[in-house]
Design a protein around this ligand. Structure first.
Ligand code: TMP
Length: 240
């Protein structure tokens, strides 16, 4: 491990805990098996999810770094723990959609699975008390959630992440329907990709059968949740 020691817990979220380290610029994230949906209303456990999400996120972040998207990744420490750069999270859920599904299908009355003519970039205000409301660029700027320059950087990186991931997952027989990412700001003000990229935060459909290989199986009580997460690990080549 890098030359740091684990300190006190700083924060516990729905899926991860964050710990201080002896280096003020670094923290440790610890991925849990806890799963929630509908703003925490539905609660459960997906056995082994923490390990899978930790490893998949680090794998994706390492590849994205090579594609020119800076991330918070420093070093995987264990099955569930990763050393990352400390950031202040920009309170935006940054969503890209390639195919209609989920809240888009509900809101727009478009059948799930209908291909979109171009990718959609959308934002939600990351605020649990308000249920992460849908917002646009003007809301983000007017509320001071980030600056125009930061939003431009976020949008540029989000499309880059999408372009890379669509191709990558296509290569392993998976359609990337949509996903949510989050960005953080380091102490020197640099915007970097943070949080996670996992079956919790992406919709993955088998390219041929359209079988769901993501958290929708938990959200919608479809069964086979653990198996779907493991299948994604297997396809990526990360299974133990
Ligand atoms: P949505 O269709 O429910 O708005 O979800 C869009 C994408 O964002 C989907 O890939 C799942 C992901 N997502 C999260 O990562 N966290 C959330 O809290 C929600 C609602 C969606």
């Amino acid at each position: 491990m890098a030359n740091v020691t684990k300190g006190a817990q700083l924060y516990e979220g729905k899926a991860k805990k964050v710990f201080a380290t002896s280096d003020p610029e670094l923290v440790i994230v610890d991925y849990k098996d806890d799963a929630t949906a509908f703003n925490g209303e539905k609660k459960g456990t997906i056995v082994g999810k923490g390990v899978i999400n930790n490893k998949m996120t680090n794998f994706m972040f390492s590849m994205l770094e090579k594609e020119g998207v800076p991330t918070h990744l420093v070093e995987e420490l264990s099955d569930r723990e990763t050393l990352v750069k400390k950031v202040s999270i920009v309170p935006l859920e940054v969503i890209i959609r390639n195919v209609a599904a989920g809240s888009f299908s509900k809101r727009m009355g478009v059948e799930e699975g209908k291909a979109l003519l171009c990718p959609i970039l959308e934002y939600s205000y990351k605020n649990d008390d308000l249920g992460d409301p849908f917002i646009n660029d003007y809301y983000a700027l007017a509320l001071g959630l980030c600056t125009k320059e930061e939003l431009d950087t976020i949008a540029k990186y989000a499309f880059k992440v999408n372009e890379f991931m669509v191709k990558f997952f296509k290569g392993i027989g998976v359609d990337l329907i949509d996903f949510k990412i989050e960005f953080g700001k380091t102490s020197d003000g640099t915007i970097i990709l943070a949080d996670e990229i996992s079956p919790d935060t992406c919709r993955f459909w088998d390219s041929k059968t359209h079988e769901k290989l993501d958290k929708d199986r938990f959200r919608r009580d479809m069964g086979g949740v653990e198996e779907a997460y493991q299948e994604m690990m297997k396809r990526i080549g990360l299974n133990k």
